[in-house]
Design a binder for this molecule. Sequence first.
Ligand code: NAD
Length: 283
Amino acid sequence: MPQMIDGKAISAQIKDEVKEQVAALAAQGKKVCLAVIQVGNDPASSVYVGNKKKACAYVGIESLAYELAAETTQEELLSLIGELNAKDEVNGILVQLPLPAHIDEDAVIQAIDPKKDVDGFHPQSVGALCIGQPGFVSCTPAGIIQLLKRSGIEIAGKECVVIGRSNIVGKPMSLLLLKENGTVTVTHSRTKDLKEVTKRADILIVAVGKPKMITREYVKEGAVVIDVGIHRNENNKLCGDVDYEDVAPVCSAITPVPGGVGPMTIAMLMYNCCAAVQPAGVS
Ligand code: NAD
């Protein structure tokens, strides 16, 4: 059987480390505070926001919730971000995506002070990652690096293939693997003969957004498979982009869904909030 990469346990470990850091900062008279803005009441977003608030409460980070009506204008949202940028006591600002269609997400992301960009989506954060300078890193890919490292999986020199090139997962993932000295290939919807490419991977990161698309024909014997996807199947059960039952027997290590990548995203958000007050390193 493959090694089951336990995102629940690893995320709990990281949250406990952050909790200690928050307590150490408090002892120096420094508070950590995250402002979370939600526009509208998309049910999935409400669940994510609720989980973020819960994690803040656990680690001792103060969370300020701004629940705005779906009709909120872009100007109103930008003005709130401006106010939060100016507040010294607010260390991190998170705007839950997606936003209603009448609001330009890029404009909103760019309005956040890069020093408070705990989601790591601001062009300055992305640019810093690209040229290997310190900065906030998108939480999901940062969490995947922690999953690999803390499961004893070496990245340096490995053939790493990423499926997906989104700004929040695929692209930052490929940059982080490169930073860890992996040999990285990024694939996407226009890749020809995807299986041919993914079969080369020692480490295969799947962020394709299609339930159970990746079967064993895409996977080299003994590969490490990380499944970023989250979907609900016809029975309302969670599943990933990887067909777990089919793939698990051929790989050396794999993340389950749920309990793999999912819990890492919030743990790394907590880490980023702490780093906004006092840069330190888990990575
Ligand atoms: P996205 O839709 O923005 O990107 C999907 C990518 O897959 C695109 O770059 C596209 O080119 C590529 N793609 C689509 N069809 C393809 C095909 N047939 N062959 C090869 N590539 C193909 O999605 P995303 O935001 O990157 O998210 C991916 C998945 O991860 C989704 O299921 C999402 O729900 C999940 N997700 C999970 C977390 C988490 O915390 N676990 C965080 C973010 C996203």
